[in-house]
Design a protein around this ligand. Structure first.
Ligand SMILES: [Fe+2]
Ligand SMILES: [Fe+2]
Length: 146
């Protein structure tokens, strides 16, 4: 389990980096030609492939071990975190659609650029709290189950 937690924390750092990179490129390019199209495409790919795998590992491997915990607040926290995985998935789907449109057309309308930036910044806020709770409250509780 220690190895899994180490990998999950490493992926958290990748999530933070990839999201910051997408936000930076979206802002710098402001609807025109993408400044770093390869990095932008890689950021979108990361959230299509790696982030869902990360959430699945948490929901299938880590969270079930803690569901039998005696602390009801921990069980409630796991429910909240799972709901947030769903919220993040839906936001990523929309960001991916807009991001791929930008890559395909070489530009994005002002409204779509504003929407994409708002989604990405919303995700940044979500992940900031979500990751902090996982690393401070959830993962350390695993030691109580072993
Ligand atoms: Fe999570
Ligand atoms: Fe996580």
């Amino acid at each position: 389990m220690k190895d899994i937690v180490w990998t999950l924390c490493a992926t958290h750092r990748e999530i933070e980096r990839a999201l910051a990179c997408l936000i930076r490129i979206a802002k710098e390019s402001s609807g025109g030609a993408l400044r770093e199209p390869a990095a932008f495409a890689e950021g979108l790919r990361f959230f299509r492939v790696v982030a869902p795998e990360h959430s699945a590992t948490e929901e299938e491997t880590v969270f079930p071990r803690l569901r039998c915990a005696v602390q009801p607040e921990l069980v409630r926290l796991l429910d909240t975190l799972e709901e947030e995985h769903g919220c993040a998935d839906r936001a990523h789907d929309e960001a991916d659609r807009l991001g791929r449109l930008w890559l395909a057309n070489g530009r994005l309308s002002t409204a779509e650029t504003a929407r994409l930036t708002a989604i990405l910044e919303g995700l940044s806020g979500l992940y900031e709290r979500h990751i902090r709770l996982e690393e401070s409250d959830v993962f350390p509780s695993l030691s109580l189950t072993q």
